[in-house]
Design a protein around this ligand. Structure first.
Ligand SMILES: *[C@@H]1O[C@H](CO)[C@@H](O)[C@H](O)[C@H]1NC(C)=O
Length: 288
């Protein structure tokens, strides 16, 4: 009853704050309930990566938790036998090591196991170091899983630093397992690479790269285009609150859109960065 009331409240608010569409701009329409529900679904995996031990990630089977003690990069691999997919979830910034990685913002050539990037592709030094520190292990566990479950899809997901890592992880999965469908769901993801990297992701993923941004979250725009970075597609901007399909718009497919979250000057980590779908990120969804 209460959920129903909340739901109708969401609709009422959405109806009052009627979005203004620029004529003929189809990518700015509100998204479907189905796409919105998927965003919330994969956010629960991202949120659970902050947990020390997640017995049943998002109610599903835990395959392995992984970490590298030097970089302190952590996450888990789960398997969902209903949706028939392997999920790689990467943790956001929680430790001193993580914040050190976040601060290494210089771009360096994109070199990662099994990936053949176009010439000139560059990525954030810290994010690349972090992902590469766990990549060989993650690739080998996913490979074993796919031997037993050959038709399964692969999904990568993460929030904040974990969002940047799940972008790099997504490209690694697509490159190492080109036959399997791969999707990435990122939340509050900072810009991760240069324009060549962004276009590489767009070419590899098309509509299957889902980059969700909550309202005035300042992290996605903190590392600027002026520093040589560019976002890949596709940003889904949920603004204003409350979180709902009606309040979430699909933005430019190529990644950068001055009418998306980039229209708000970045204030870095703020309250909108910490809450996604009304849930404080880090809340575990780890029970059956
Ligand atoms: C952990 O990360 C460090 C630094 O990137 C790397 O040198 C090392 O090989 C990694 N350890 C493992 C077991 O992969």
């Amino acid at each position: 009853m209460q959920a129903l009331w909340l739901l109708s409240l969401c609709y009422a608010v959405a109806a009052v704050a009627h979005p203004v569409y620029s004529s003929g701009n189809l990518e700015k329409r509100a998204i479907s309930e189905e796409v919105f529900d998927d965003f919330f679904f994969y956010c629960k995996y991202a949120s659970s990566a902050d947990d020390l031990y997640c017995a049943y990630p998002n109610g599903n089977t835990l395959i392995e938790e992984f970490s590298n003690s030097t970089t302190d990069t952590q996450g888990f691999i789960a398997r969902d036998d209903t949706r028939r997919e392997i999920v790689v979830s990467l943790r956001g910034s929680t430790s001193v090591e993580d914040f050190a990685i976040d601060s290494e913002t210089s771009l360096e050539p994109y070199v990662s196991p099994g990936v053949v990037p176009p010439p000139g592709a560059m990525t954030h030094t810290g994010f690349l170091t972090a992902w590469n520190s766990v990549a060989p292990g993650v690739i080998s566990v996913v490979r074993e899983q796919l031997l037993e479950h050959p038709g399964y899809a692969i999904v990568t997901t993460g929030h904040s630093l974990g969002g940047a890592l799940s972008s790099l992880a997504g490209v690694s999965m697509k490159s190492n397992f080109p036959v399997n469908p791969v999707r990435m769901y990122t939340y509050g993801q900072p810009r991760t690479g240069n324009p060549t990297y962004a276009y590489f992701v767009n070419d590899l993923f098309g509509p299957n790269a889902y980059r969700f941004v909550h309202a005035a979250d300042g992290v996605p725009t903190e590392i600027s285009q002026a520093e040589g970075y560019r976002h890949h597609g596709i940003e889904y901007w949920q603004n204003p609150d409350p979180p709902s399909a009606a309040n979430t718009k699909e933005r430019a497919a190529d990644g950068e859109d001055p009418t998306c979250s980039d229209s708000i000057p970045s204030t870095g980590i703020n309250i909108d960065h910490v809450f996604y779908f009304g849930v404080m990120v880090g809340t575990p969804f780890c029970t059956q």
